[in-house]
Design a binder for this molecule. Sequence first.
Ligand SMILES: Cc1cc2nc3c(=O)[nH]c(=O)nc-3n(C[C@H](O)[C@H](O)[C@H](O)COP(=O)(O)OP(=O)(O)OC[C@H]3O[C@@H](n4cnc5c(N)ncnc54)[C@H](O)[C@@H]3O)c2cc1C
Length: 408
Amino acid sequence: MQPDHISDIAIIGQGPVGLITALALAQKTQYSLTIFGPKPTSETNAQDTRTTAFMLPSLDMLQNLGLWEQLSAHSAPLSALRMIDDCGGLMRAPDCYFSANELGKDAFAQNIPNKNLNTTLIKEIQNHPNITWVDTKAVTLIERHKEGHCNHVKIQTQEGNAYTCHLLIGADGRGSPSRKASGIKTKQWSYDQSAIACSFTHELPHNATSIEFHRSSGPLTLIPLKEHHASLVWSLSPHKAQQVISLDETAFAEKLYDTTQAIWGPITSVDKRVCFPISGLKVDKFAANRIALVGEAAHVIPPIGAQGLNLGLRDSACLVHALSDQNTLNQDLTNFEQRYNQSRLLDVHNRTTAIDLLNKSLLMSFLPLKIMRTAGLNLLNANKTLRNQLMQQGLGSTNNLPPLMQAQ
Ligand SMILES: Cc1cc2nc3c(=O)[nH]c(=O)nc-3n(C[C@H](O)[C@H](O)[C@H](O)COP(=O)(O)OP(=O)(O)OC[C@H]3O[C@@H](n4cnc5c(N)ncnc54)[C@H](O)[C@@H]3O)c2cc1C
């Protein structure tokens, strides 16, 4: 295979994490960049019915990259979160209410539909002079390769074209071929759940308050969008999710109205609904053998507490920071790989464990776990300091945020 194109960095995957990583690297480093993946169309874009609640550090990152101006037109603030125990049984936990005001903020996060997010990011990438986009159906071969003193990774696309790079960034989602090529050890598991994601309109105001119903089939979360719009993430067993998603719009609206205890009044319309399988994945390293992983290529968690993409953006900001000490990529990358690994392992491990435990505490009927959850929520309601600490944790606002996530 004769390589026909060489770039310093190749990014595989054009999901939100791959696109934001490409833009961040183009702005903050001098490396040549190529991104690989099928260029999204309006059809593929419409399939992503999710919205993303961007927490404050992620919003600072979007601001620092000059992306916020275009995105803000589509965003809605989340000023409070109410958790309602709807598991039934004797051990009902109290409602919990978290307000951004308690942290001296107007909002925790801004919620943006993924289709608007992706369209904006793609436009930015296409207009960027330093990013080359290889529009391929798929990268089919990734080969770690040593040639004399010079290290490369080889890439081949489904169309049969060959490329090389010094550093490969795997932003290719949960099935990541980059991860497989890297030799990084991976643990994967299933929750036997699917999440229905869609947007809808409702009659009563949502007051910028997100509602999370904790149900024994998993959480059901309502997340405010503009005016009387909101998005839904409804976790159910795969079988039940298929039944619910197959209902016609009126029947689905009624079911949602009943299940959410009429909290925002009658549901007047429901947009396209898509089911997402819920699973978990973690890796024992974030980079090895000239391949660095970001986003769902490195961690998959259930959609609770709006953490997944926010974690992915932290990967991206830490990766850019870890590269700042590197003069050239055409040399040993062990130092970069260690820095990047160190900056991500603990954060991702802690969050994966916490979300896994919270999800399991809903799904399992194991009484001691239910008692612990109820006691924990009682404690949270009574203790403002603990509540504030948890809110800071949820936002991902730690003292050692990478520079790209710090407010300028
Ligand atoms: C219902 C739901 C709601 C969510 N809500 C939130 C939220 O509010 N906040 C939040 O932070 N997170 C949320 N998440 C998580 C978030 O959506 C994911 O973390 C995020 O989409 C992952 O982005 P990614 O770019 O890493 O992966 P993906 O979006 O999966 O992108 C991977 C890309 O790689 C491409 N690819 C794969 N293989 C190849 C190949 N061989 N060659 C070329 N390209 C390839 C694919 O085409 C794809 O475009 C939610 C998740 C779900 C399921």
